[in-house]
Design a protein around this ligand. Structure first.
Ligand SMILES: NC(=O)c1ccc[n+]([C@@H]2O[C@H](COP(=O)([O-])OP(=O)(O)OC[C@H]3O[C@@H](n4cnc5c(N)ncnc54)[C@H](O)[C@@H]3O)[C@@H](O)[C@H]2O)c1
Ligand SMILES: CC(C)[C@H](C(=O)O)[C@@H](O)C(=O)O
Ligand SMILES: [Mg+2]
Length: 364
């Protein structure tokens, strides 16, 4: 181990890279370039090992999560993930790309999905949303990731279909603890989102969140919001939120909505965490079939996911902060992809190059 001027002690890390489908490989390639630039600038050693997942894995092996991909992810220090899915693999197919991602989250025990939402000042100025609405927006949605409707029993016959929504007390407790600990390090405000006026699982969610926060985190101010009202408040008073904790399906929907605050779904990163340091890091967006293969996808959300990987799985907080500052620098300089501007948009690779240039300046 050697102490470096502006970074952390030198680390060696083994990272699985699962690019997936559609724009997944395009945005992941830029995050990989950024990780290599971080390794070079700070003297770390990152071994980046690619593997198949999603539709690409179905085409090559018949399975959306081949056993060797899961085994690699279980050995690796962290997983960088692009996106999966697309029109080639229909929702009625027996084997679907999305099953690969869900099995990976479950297989790695990644029950807490952190989705931070901030607003870059350059993008706020250009946003169709009012500046006073966007001022001070800085929230994190903690989405439960391995329970609820996604993982309950499923049945189908000719006349009906059935998806069970199941939550156990320990499943709710552990994700609420992750969110409350996060709130303690932030503004100490936690909003638990449910549909307790209708759903039994939500009533259990609310009671459990109430008990855990009151007894274990008395310094955290807890409020409860019904999900429909929360969806409205996210776009009418978003700056009032600090940490939001919610179940799997609600978190999926609310975060696509919240991406509008940031300016594009292409900007939002995420970290999926379990009990240990290993995590899976992916942008919140999908494979974007409408723009795949054109070289125009926004890679910033994936690059910011790589920054979360550095901070949360490798303990490289200074390096993560430099990557985040490099993305902010590229945005401030107007290096904007087509989802962010109509005036002379840059391509995916050019955006990645701008981040690397900024990183090299900021890292020395
Ligand atoms: N984590 C994942 O891998 C993930 C997440 C969401 C959706 N999906 C899958 O992706 C496929 C497409 O889903 P969808 O179209 O509903 O959602 P999507 O997120 O792929 O795309 C929604 C819209 O946002 C745009 N967009 C998304 N990411 C962008 C980026 N980085 N830069 C610029 N524009 C971007 C797309 O062009 C599209 O217009 C489906 O098969 C879905 O299941 C996968
Ligand atoms: C592709 C799909 C299974 C996935 C989810 O719903 O979790 C996606 O929408 C996401 O947000 O990561
Ligand atoms: Mg989603």
């Amino acid at each position: 181990m050697s102490a470096l001027a502006h970074g952390s002690p030198r680390v060696s890390a083994h990272l699985a890279v699962l690019a997936g489908d559609g724009i997944g490989p395009e945005v992941t390639a830029q995050a990989v370039r950024v990780l290599r630039a971080v390794a070079e600038a700070y003297g770390h050693i990152f071994e980046l090992e690619p593997a198949l997942v999603g539709g690409a894995a179905i085409d090559a092996t018949g399975a959306p999560l081949p056993p060797e991909t899961l085994a690699l992810c279980q050995r690796a220090d962290a997983v960088l993930f692009g996106a999966i899915g697309g029109p080639r693999w229909g929702p009625s197919d027996k084997v679907r790309p999305e099953q690969g991602l869900l099995a990976l989250r479950k297989g790695l025990g990644l029950f807490a999905n952190l989705r931070p939402v901030t607003v870059n000042p350059r993008l706020a100025a250009a946003s169709p949303l009012k500046p006073e609405l966007l001022a001070g927006v800085d929230l994190v949605v903690v989405r439960e990731l391995t329970g609820g409707l996604y993982f309950g029993e499923k049945r189908r016959d000719a006349a009906s279909a059935f998806d069970a929504c199941v939550y156990t007390v320990p499943e709710i407790e552990r994700v609420v603890r992750v969110a409350a600990r996060l709130a303690q390090r932030r503004k100490k405000r936690l909003t638990s989102v449910d549909k307790a006026n209708v759903l039994e699982t939500s009533r259990l969610w609310r009671e459990t969140a109430e008990r855990v926060v009151r007894t274990e985190f008395p310094d955290v101010a807890l409020e409860h919001q019904l999900v429909d009202s929360c969806a409205m408040l996210l776009v009418t008073r978003p700056a009032a939120f600090d940490v939001i904790v919610t179940e799997n399906m609600f978190g999926d929907i609310l975060t696509d909505e919240a991406s509008v605050l940031a300016g594009s779904i292409g900007l939002l990163p995420s970290a999926s965490l379990g009990e240990g340091p290993r995590g899976l890091y992916e942008p919140i967006h999908g494979s974007a079939p409408d723009i795949a293969g054109k070289g125009i996808a926004n890679p910033y959300g994936t690059i910011l996911s790589a920054a979360m990987l550095l901070r949360l799985s490798l303990g490289l907080a200074p390096e993560a902060a430099v990557v985040e500052a490099a993305v902010a620098d590229a945005l401030a300089r107007g290096v904007l992809t087509a989802d962010l501007t109509r005036e002379r948009p840059v391509g995916t690779e050019e955006a990645g190059t701008a981040v690397i240039h900024a990183l090299k300046r900021l890292a020395v």
